[in-house]
Design a protein around this ligand. Sequence first.
Ligand code: URA
Length: 253
Amino acid sequence: MIAVSKEERARELYEVIRACRMCALAETRTHAVPGEGPLDAEVMFIGEAPGLNEDRQGRPFVGAAGQFLSELIAEAGLRREDVYICNVLKCRPPGNRDPLPGEIEACAEYLDLQIDLVDPLVIVTLGRFSMARWFPQQTISRIHGRPKEVDGRIIVPMYHPAAALHQGALRQVLIDDFRGLRAILERARAGLTAAAAPAADTAAAGTPPERPSATPPAQQPAAPAPTSPAAAAAPGGGSGAAPAGPQQIPLFE
Ligand code: URA
């Protein structure tokens, strides 16, 4: 059997997305916006849908919200060119209206394939539509900035950067949450997800446990270094048996 590289799979997927006619947004778009970034990125950011500038350029987050997202990514200690960025919808809803359920459904498989392909250590959802993919019953004001483990992957729901452009008070909230991403990533890289309790509220609303940031990163127990990010992401943290002693404290909700 001939092995197909990630790059080839991505190229094919992007071609299919650019030619997609699965919903009515195909009639009004200028360009579909598949997403961009390295296929081995540790972090994937998932926004809502392309806006005017993204529709014109065929690239995600290139307008004012994108400028702020780039600043936030830097606050997290990351470089934009090292992360993968995409959206729930690949085509712009006219007038930037909210995505419709049928449009989200029509596009869902593309996002599934992107997540499979990139296989990121951490997924950051931007705004309520991407959050709803994992936490449909939750409200963003309750769970923003708090990492949760779902099916072995860490999901961090964040406000959408555009929200801060309309509501100034959210700017600092976003900056603080993205700064918190540094510690979340460090713990994820260290493979401590093996000790995480699964998210209890994936489909049902519930009272979330205390914020993990209540324990400052400096007080976290030292973890054995993983051999690779992939090993860190693997169930068991890539180090074989679950860590003993204080490392059994759940680090992600
Ligand atoms: N808002 C989004 O959700 N995605 C973009 O690509 C741009 C703005």
